[in-house]
Write a protein that binds this ligand. Structure first.
Ligand code: ADP
Ligand SMILES: O=P(O)(O)O[C@H]1O[C@H](CO)[C@@H](O[C@H]2O[C@H](CO)[C@@H](O)[C@H](O)[C@H]2O)[C@H](O)[C@H]1O
Length: 466
């Protein structure tokens, strides 16, 4: 076993000063960096914790740093404080060749001048320190490693960093557990831990139950930061997106899987409705929802000119929902996944589906992400995802999408006792809202993909039935 001893915390203002120029260059290149397009002008230290002393042969420093970026606040608005990021910095005399991709740079001054600093998650020795801290429920400075005592975590699981494109960073331990380290972190209850814990309490088998987690208690804050979540690893799993594309390429039917996904979604929704409060949305609340959807559409049409000709017809989808509410219709809202699509669904080799990544839309504040919403929001996300898969295939498979969407709704109804298609106005409003979001997302991140949500925009603005 490499060193897994957790030593007392010490802060290193000097270390951050010498890291500053290296991080300014390195941080914006990371996939998970949320402030793309604006330079980083400096950092302030939120917390520094030694997990292994940085002066030793292998140093490991846990940092929470606020990255400052020039902001253009709306007139009268307060400038936003920079985003806070979680970093694990390894410190060595020199990097062995297998850690070359992890290099951040060489410290030129300060207490550790001459040493090499690197992204420690690539380093199995550093990853083992994290796991040992969870196993021993260590408290180090502000960091609190905790866990579910009913789940046994064996010693010596071999770690490997997940290298796929992610919004956060994950380490798989011995194909048995996966530790997700949140990158852009906020104080307060995080749905990525809150909802899987609630589902585990309900005995819902569709979501891997958290086995451990990492919190940080910082002075002056009522709520801790949620920094990481450890879950059982679904071995040999394929995600729904990959599976759907594979079946499409082979011309295979996917409706049985779509139906199973509908059932799995309904199981999760039913358990969440039991576990956490539900509320009724009447005229006033639906009015706010409609206003939000309309504002997002206006902002999207400003940002993406291709959307502008369709905006009036799309707006009418939101207005129709407002009209129903004005007639006295009410809807139930509950906690939902918040960002559901095929890529968030994992199929085990035995054919069971699990849902992952309950973080919600990371760009939104936690209070907004934790608000109860109609389940239709998640359902619309999945319906859009079948459409995405069908449009990504060559040749495109619009009938495939129609069949999968129908099968998904039927599967949902089998478990929930309520078919989402019986709420066409609500479904259309949510699907429109999601397609508008996707237009902005693709214009910003993957312009080649823009035709996919634009096809949906055309369909939704032409045909009032979802
Ligand atoms: N419990 C799990 N079992 C197996 N693989 C998982 C599990 N949780 C996550 N993954 C894999 O890790 C990837 C990233 O996880 P996710 O929670 O979506 O992180 P992010 O928020 O960074 O996108 C997923 O796409 C999936 O491939
Ligand atoms: O998984 P994330 O939380 O990072 O979600 C973002 O990226 C997704 C792309 O990976 C994006 O999803 C869109 O593309 C998917 C195919 O790549 C498709 O299945 C989804 O239906 C579609 O929305 C998601 O919108 C974005 O928030």
């Amino acid at each position: 076993m490499p060193e897994a001893v957790i030593r007392p915390a010490a802060t290193h203002p000097g270390l951050l000063a010498s890291l500053d120029p290296l991080l300014r260059e390195w941080l914006p290149r990371q996939r998970w960096f949320a402030g793309k397009g604006r330079p980083v002008t400096g950092f302030s230290l939120v917390a520094a914790t030694d997990l292994l002393p940085p002066g030793g042969p292998l140093g490991l420093v846990h940092l929470l740093v606020r990255a400052h970026q020039p902001d253009t606040p709306a007139p009268g608005a307060m400038p936003r404080p920079g985003d806070c990021y979680q970093l694990l910095i390894g410190v060595r005399e020199a990097l062995p060749p297998h850690l070359a991709p992890a290099l951040i740079g060489h410290l030129e001054d300060g207490p550790l001048a001459g040493r090499t600093v690197y992204e420690a998650l690539y380093d199995p020795r550093a990853a083992t320190v994290l796991m040992e801290a969870i196993r021993s429920r260590a408290h180090v400075g502000p960091l609190r490693f905790e866990g579910d005592t009913r789940q046994e975590i064996p010693e010596g699981l071999v770690p490997r960093l997940v290298t796929s494109e992610q919004s956060n960073s994950s380490i798989v331990y011995g194909d048995t557990f996966i530790l997700k380290l949140l990158r852009r972190v906020l104080p307060g209850v995080n749905p990525d831990l809150e909802l899987p814990l609630a589902l585990a309490r309900e005995g819902c088998p569709r979501v891997p139950a958290p086995a451990g987690w990492l919190l940080a208690d910082l002075d002056g804050l009522e709520d801790p930061y949620v920094l990481a979540v450890l879950q059982p690893y679904v071995r040999g799993a394929t995600d729904g997106w990959e599976l759907a594309l594979r079946e499409l390429a082979k011309g295979e039917d996917f409706t049985a899987e779509a139906r199973a996904l509908g059932r799995a979604t309904a199981e999760v929704h039913t358990a969440l409705a039991r576990a956490l409060p539900t509320v009724t949305l009447g005229h006033a609340q639906i009015g706010l929802l409609v206003d939000g959807m309309t504002e997002r559409l206006e902002a999207a049409a400003q940002a993406v000119p291709a959307l502008r000709p369709y905006a009036p017809r799309l707006r009418s989808a939101f207005e129709a929902l407002g009209d129903l509410a004005a007639e006295g219709r009410v809807w139930t809202a509950q906690r939902v996944h918040g960002d559901l699509h095929l890529g968030q669904c994992l199929r085990s080799p035995s054919g069971d589906w699990s849902l992952i990544d309950f973080e919600g839309e990371p760009s939104k504040p936690l209070t907004e992400r934790r608000m109860p919403q109609p389940v239709t929001r998640d359902i619309a996300g999945m319906l859009r995802s079948f459409d995405y898969a069908a449009h990504s295939a060559v040749p495109a498979g619009p009938e495939w999408a129609t069949e999968c969407r129908a099968a998904y709704c039927s599967g949902y109804a089998e478990v929930a006792g309520r078919d989402p298609r019986t709420e066409p106005v609500l479904l259309r409003a949510y699907e429109t809202d999601k397609a508008v979001y996707e237009v902005v997302y693709e214009a910003r991140h993957r312009p080649d993909w823009l035709p996919v949500p634009m096809a949906a925009i055309r369909r939704l603005s032409a045909d009032p039935t979802p």
